[in-house]
Structure formats: C-alpha cells, structure tokens
Design a protein around this ligand. Sequence first.
Ligand SMILES: Nc1ncnc2c1ncn2[C@@H]1O[C@H](COP(=O)(O)OP(=O)(O)OP(=O)(O)O)[C@@H](O)[C@H]1O
Ligand SMILES: [Mg+2]
Length: 160
Amino acid sequence: MTHPVLTLDLAEEADTAALGQRLAVIARPGDVIALYGDLGAGKTTLARALIRQLAGPETEAPSPTFTLVQTYRAASQASGLTIWHFDLYRLNHPGEARELGLEEAVDGLALIEWPERLGRDLPLARLEVQLSFGGAGRIARLVDLDDWSTRLNGDWRSPE
Ligand SMILES: Nc1ncnc2c1ncn2[C@@H]1O[C@H](COP(=O)(O)OP(=O)(O)OP(=O)(O)O)[C@@H](O)[C@H]1O
Ligand SMILES: [Mg+2]
C-alpha cells in the first residue's frame, strides 16, 4: 500500500519549529502524530513548537525524557483539547505506555517521540513525521496513515 508522502527541507531549527506550528493549525482532537528520527533529529523541537502554538507561546515544554509524558491544555480550544507529548525512548515494554495514559491520549492530540517503542500498540491512524539528517539541516517526510492528505493539500498556512 502506498500512502501520500510530503518531503520538506528543514534547513535550520526555525524550519523544524515552523513545521510544528503549521501542523498545530490543522491538528484535531483524536490525531496521533508519530515523530520518528534518530537522537537529535529534531523531534522535540517540532513537538515544542506545536505545543506552544496550541497552549501559548510562553508554555514551558521540556523534553519528557524521564517523565516519558507531559500533558498540556490547548488555550484556544473551547473543548479543552489535551495535548500529550510522549518520549518513549526509555519505555521498558509497550504495555507501560498504557499505564502512561496512551489510550486516553488518543482522544486528545498525541505527539509521540520514539513511536517504534510501542510495537503493535502504535495507533494505526497516524501522521508519521520522519526526521532525518540531510540537506542543509534536516529532511522531514510526512507520511499520511490517516486522512491528513486532504488537510495537507488544503489551505494550510503558517499561523499569524
Ligand atoms: N532543521 C534543523 N536544522 C539543524 N538543526 C536542527 C534542526 N531542527 C532541530 N535542530 C537541532 O537539533 C538538536 C536536537 O533537537 P531535538 O532535541 O529536537 O532532537 P530529538 O529528535 O528530540 O532528540 P532525542 O531523540 O534526543 O529526543 C537541537 O539542537 C535543535 O536545535
Ligand atoms: Mg526529543
């Protein structure tokens, strides 16, 4: 099966952040964004920018390296969207993610670093953001395993 793919050049850190902000504009409750990439590829940079776009620019968004998960409340959404930011690098076994609230997270907006740690528990409907070292800085491949292609092809813009 082939899936819609978008490849973007992220020449510098600001481009990674801008991608996070742009995804924030089209993200919806129930979305899962799986952030793939080696150590230092830019997963947290992207997640932080996305979180700040939704929860407010002053939001502290530390890497959940040791807590494994951090949650945020979107400021602008009357529905009170919860954003779940996972870093599963230190996950011991996939079942542990359930204890961290993975099932609840998918009702909100789930951003998952090291999604491969989930094995079969990784939600099938997801946007994959695959970050790699390349070009001037990083390359992002966005692979749509959901209905994101209509949104990516539509009017998505940088927030004001
Ligand atoms: N497009 C880019 N070009 C150059 N450097 C970048 C780019 N995007 C992010 N970086 C830099 O890469 C470094 C690592 O970023 P970040 O912490 O987001 O990576 P990570 O994928 O979350 O790593 P980890 O696997 O350790 O969690 C940071 O110093 C950040 O500034
Ligand atoms: Mg990280």
